[in-house]
Design a protein around this ligand. Structure first.
Ligand code: HEM
Length: 229
């Protein structure tokens, strides 16, 4: 097992598995966030978030998620370094840039922007809700999570950071989603074009889905939480 995990194929497999696990997390996160649009002042969103915090299964998944990010980032640095050591001449000189996409060549860059955003995101929401108690549970008196989200997304600096990060997330997924399936063996002539299309579709879905929050809150303000669409 250790031999496999430290081999080149093993590292790629770990990267693919952690990347796909993070994709599932994105789907679940988008599903929760969409509840901000229910026009009930954020009640559904607050209750969904509260339900997750108190579900033992979600708590376990959260721990796996935390380790997935750490492992994904660590392997990202190792694999990028290995690839660059194995390639003495830079892309622009040897013409590799013509055969590989910008997205595939810049995974560490797009990933680093996502990582920066994850840290800011945890500081803004996870810390006050889960650690310091500054943001309170749905039934308690005080600032609720949906209100904190609306306040953050109406701040031009945070909204801009959110939008830029979502754009880079979409770039990351445009290559990453299909690459992960290829790493796990779906790399036949028949599947590759389908996977590439599915990867782009997933990237666009996540891009538009997550971009809708800063855009709509920034345009319509915190009152958007009470809009019945
Ligand atoms: C929500 C967050 C993220 C998701 C959904 C995600 C998803 C993925 C997926 C699916 C892959 C493809 C794996 C493969 O080729 O088999 C991948 C690759 C990669 N990711 Fe991420 N990732 C995320 C965050 C990050 C972060 C924070 C970093 C680094 C700072 C990062 C750096 C990379 C790199 C460098 C690769 C390419 C590795 C290689 O094969 O050479 N990712 N990611």
């Amino acid at each position: 097992m250790t031999k496999f995990l430290t081999s080149s194929l093993g590292k790629k497999t770990v990267m693919a598995m952690t990347g796909l696990f993070l994709c599932i997390f994105l789907l679940e996160h988008l599903y929760t966030n969409v509840q901000l649009f229910f026009g009930d002042g954020g009640k559904s969103f607050d209750e969904a978030s509260h339900g997750m915090v108190h579900s033992i299964i979600i708590r376990i998944i959260e721990v796996v998620l935390f380790f997935s990010i750490i492992v994904h980032v660590y392997q990202a640095v190792v694999l990028t370094k290995n690839n660059s050591d194995a390639r003495p001449v830079k892309y622009a000189v040897n013409g590799v840039s013509k055969t590989s996409s910008w997205f595939s060549r810049n995974m560490l860059l797009t990933g680093s922007i996502i990582l920066f955003f994850i840290v800011v995101h945890l500081y803004n929401f996870f810390l006050p809700y889960r650690i310091t108690g500054e943001v309170v549970e749905p039934e308690a008196q005080g600032e609720h999570l949906a209100e904190r989200v609306a306040a953050a997304l109406t701040n031009p600096y945070y909204a801009a950071l959110y939008l830029i990060s979502v754009l880079f997330l979409a770039f990351h997924l445009n290559h990453g989603f299909q690459s992960a399936f290829q790493t796990l063996g779906a790399n036949t002539k028949k599947y590759v074009p389908i996977l590439k299309m599915a990867g782009t579709a997933f990237a666009i879905l996540m891009g538009i889905g997550f971009a809708s929050f800063p855009i709509l809150f920034f345009i319509f303000g915190e009152e958007f939480l009470n809009w019945n669409l």
